[in-house]
Design a protein around this ligand. Structure first.
Ligand code: URA
Length: 421
């Protein structure tokens, strides 16, 4: 094969043949196909698309670029993937909850980039907690605790790591077949028995419209079906942040509230709804996750999960050097609280990173003290801004002011999770 022929074929709108796909992905991973050739092919795919069979084959080739983890476990294994949002800390209460219900959850996660947070960055706010585990450690913890949230091992779909870095700088991230194959290659290589996908839609999500989100959900479940992985997708709203906390330590604190029987209603509702989907895939539809959550068993599993990775679940979480409370500028009903704006503000306060290897501030973030539908008096606290770099506060206040609308009428902004279907 010659890379240029594969590029020309897709450029001109042809279907790629199985042998072409297998060859080009393998040769790219080995450095035989150059970055500029793969970038050109990614652009041709973005413009011309790939059908379901091509996308499934592409995913298989990416899986075959690395190792499959065979996490044998005495319980059924089931994982969850969210396409990313603002304040989306659901993995934190969900993994121990589903484990406490009798399934095993191997959740290989990532770090945040841009306005969406990463689960590993959040958990690293817990003193002592360690993200990097060996495959043997993952397997042992899965058996003993039933839940592992850790970094993906480097041997998992290395073609995807290389391709994603290239797409990131060549304007080729936003292709449904490339996004779907990227997500599913890692999840299939992980080897769980079932997968629940939480596909976010709205201002704070990757997919801004329900149509786009539905197309991604379809592509993801088709790949699951082609590779024999039982996959369910739910579409949930991301126009407004999930819960009140957006950041790292602040989100861990909110997840712990949920695990202890409290926490914001939208976070509890989505955690329980996704747990039900996961238990159905794990063959445990009769277990009621709401009761297990209320019993305290999920909190106990959380403590064991954190301790197994060197963390101290009782330790105080990092505190910011500076907290600024921003009052409501006028009286009225909060009709809009925009997820993207709040996500950007938390990121600029230090909770997120601009480049892949930048450090994050563990204590930075935003706490939203009102949610859409709440009535506010002028001067009442609206946001609490946490940061170690107080000069960032003035820079983010205009973004936060623009992210909310205070009006007379009740808004109908759906809480994230209520739109699950
Ligand atoms: N997340 C991924 O893992 N891959 C993509 O391409 C986009 C989002």
């Amino acid at each position: 094969f010659a890379a240029v022929d594969v590029i020309r074929a897709k450029r001109d709108g042809a279907r790629l043949r199985d042998e072409q796909i297998d060859w080009v992905v393998d040769a790219f991973t080995r450095g035989v196909v150059a970055d500029e050739q793969m970038a050109a092919l990614a652009m041709a795919i973005l413009l011309r698309g790939m059908d379901a069979a091509e996308t499934a084959r592409w995913t298989g080739a990416m899986i075959d670029s690395g190792e499959r983890l065979s996490l044998r476990c005495s319980r059924p294994t089931v994982d969850k993937h969210s396409t990313g949002g603002v304040g989306d800390k659901i993995t934190l209460p969900l993994a121990p909850l589903v484990a406490a219900c009798g399934a095993a959850v191997p959740q290989l996660s990532g770090r945040g980039l841009g306005h969406t947070g990463g689960t590993l960055d959040k958990l690293e706010a817990v003193p002592g907690w360690r993200a990097e585990l060996s495959t043997d450690e993952i397997a042992a913890q899965l058996e003993s605790v039933g839940a592992v949230v850790c970094a993906a091992t480097p041997s998992l779909a290395p073609a995807d790591r290389k391709l994603y870095a290239l797409r990131d700088v060549t304007g080729t991230v936003e292709s449904v077949p490339l996004i779907a194959s990227s997500i599913m290659s890692k999840k299939i290589a992980e080897g769980a028995d079932g997968l629940v996908l939480d596909v976010k839609t709205g201002s704070g999500a990757f997919m801004k419209t329900r149509e786009q989100a539905r197309a991604l959900a379809t592509a993801l479940t088709e790949i699951g079906a082609a590779h024999g992985l039982a996959t369910t997708a739910v579409l949930t709203g991301m126009d407004t942040p999930l819960g009140a906390a957006v950041g790292n330590a602040v989100e861990v604190a909110e997840a712990v509230e949920v695990l202890r029987g409290g926490g914001p209603a939208d976070v509890v509702a989505l955690t329980v709804a996704l747990a039900r989907e996961m238990l159905a895939l794990a063959g445990l539809p009769e277990v009621d996750p709401a009761r297990v959550l209320a019993s305290g068993a999920a909190y106990e599993t959380w403590c064991r999960m954190i301790r197994a990775q060197g963390g101290d679940p009782e330790a105080e979480l990092p505190r910011p050097a500076h907290v600024h409370v921003e009052p409501a500028p006028e009286s009225g009903v909060l009709t809009r609280l925009d997820a993207y704006g709040v996500g950007v503000a938390a990121w600029r306060l230090g909770a997120g990173r601009a480049r892949k290897d930048d450090p994050v501030q563990l204590a930075a973030g935003v706490r939203c003290l009102a949610k859409p539908g709440d009535t506010l008096e002028r001067g009442e606290p609206l946001f609490a801004l946490h940061t170690d770099t107080p000069e960032a506060v003035a820079a983010v206040l205009p973004t936060l002011r623009e992210a909310c609308t205070i009006g007379d009428a009740h808004g109908n902004a759906p809480g994230a999770g209520e739109a699950a279907e």
